[in-house]
Design a protein around this ligand. Structure first.
Ligand SMILES: [Zn+2]
Length: 65
């Protein structure tokens, strides 16, 4: 997963990053008491396509064995 691959929509190679916080945070569905994790967006600065979307703290979504 390279962040430098061209945009699927316009082929542009300039990307910016954004972060969704607060009400947009993703909460692990198996944890009732959790602060969740902000979402990190990789956005094509040419056409605005969101190229990738990921949580900032993926370890929060691991299920306990
Ligand atoms: Zn684009």
């Amino acid at each position: 997963m390279s962040e430098n691959k061209p945009c699927n929509e316009c082929g542009g190679t300039s990307f910016g990053t954004g972060e969704i916080k607060g009400y947009g945070a993703v909460i692990p569905s198996h944890k009732i008491l959790s602060n969740g994790s902000p979402l990190i967006l990789n956005i094509c600065t040419n056409c605005g396509l969101v190229n990738s979307l990921r949580v900032k703290y993926p370890e929060k979504f691991k299920k306990k064995q």
